[in-house]
Ligand binder design. Structure first.
Ligand code: PEP
Length: 256
């Protein structure tokens, strides 16, 4: 399986800055066939960057989109509009869940709309600090996974990527802590077990599962060697080109 390195730029970079970053990344990045490099710029930058990017080297992801295709939904962008512009879309990021009130029902509709429009959803799931403190991690992970995949048929499951992002480990969290590879291992096993119960062993083995939460070039190797982790989702470190490239290099080195 490929290793995925996804950079989530969140609400950062003007279109011009994003274009300069992409230009430099394209120049510096060797063509690593088995590392899938993905960047997720803001919606505004997607169209111009899609004309600039070399898709053999780098793929684009949206950070969010709406599940209706067209209509009276002021301010939204649909997966239908993103078709051909991006290959991936991050869905259910904790910032969407907790700052913008997205629930599993809405997230499930977005996952369905992404697949229908030939965009690979990267479904983010993860427990908050207090959920973890109350011993609710397993329940939250199962609920978010089952909830987010509710509208995905068995035959479409291979079009989905899951990202485990403990909310307490994301760098923007008030008192972010680093997840240990053992923490990640425990939850990734639970994710695969849940998928196996729902869709069978083969589906569970084949589903790419990523980890995200304060990933940087020094800890990337530790997370990537956790069995069953197929890649990383990086936020703040993806904003610094040299760090993002170093993470990609680590992925190349530790590839199984
Ligand atoms: C994220 O928000 O998806 C993320 C992984 O952020 P960071 O790497 O900054 O913790």
């Amino acid at each position: 399986m490929k290793t995925y390195i996804v950079g989530n730029w969140k609400l950062n970079f003007t279109v011009g800055e994003a274009s300069v970053y992409l230009h430099k990344l394209l120049q510096k990045l060797p063509n690593y066939r088995d590392v899938e490099v993905v960047v997720a710029p803001s919606t505004m930058a997607l169209q111009p960057l899609s004309l600039q990017v070399d898709r053999h080297k780098i793929k684009l992801a949206a950070q969010n989109a709406f599940y209706r295709d067209y209509g009276a939904y002021t301010g939204e962008t649909s997966f239908t509009q993103l078709y051909g512009v991006v290959d991936y879309c991050i869905i259910g990021h904790s910032e969407r869940r907790y700052l913008f009130g997205e629930d599993d029902k809405m997230i499930a509709k977005k996952v369905e709309a992404a697949i229908r429009n030939k965009i690979t959803p990267i479904l983010c799931i993860g427990e908050t600090e207090s959920e973890r403190a109350f011993g609710e991690t397993a329940d939250v992970i199962r609920d978010q996974l089952i909830g987010g995949l509710r509208e995905v048929s068995e035959e479409d499951l291979d079009k989905v990527i899951v990202a485990y992002e403990p909310v307490w480990a994301i760098s923007s969290a008030k008192s972010a802590k680093l997840a240990s590879p053992d923490d990640v291992d425990e939850v990734v096993k639970l994710i695969r077990k849940t998928i196996e119960e729902l869709y069978g062993k083969e589906a569970a083995e084949n589903m790419p599962v990523l980890f995200g939460g304060s990933v940087n070039p020094s800890n990337a190797g530790g997370y990537l060697t956790v069995p069953g982790v197929n890649g990383l989702l990086a936020g703040s470190s993806s904003l610094i080109l040299s760090q993002f490239i170093d993470i990609i290099d680590v992925a190349k080195r530790v590839q199984r």
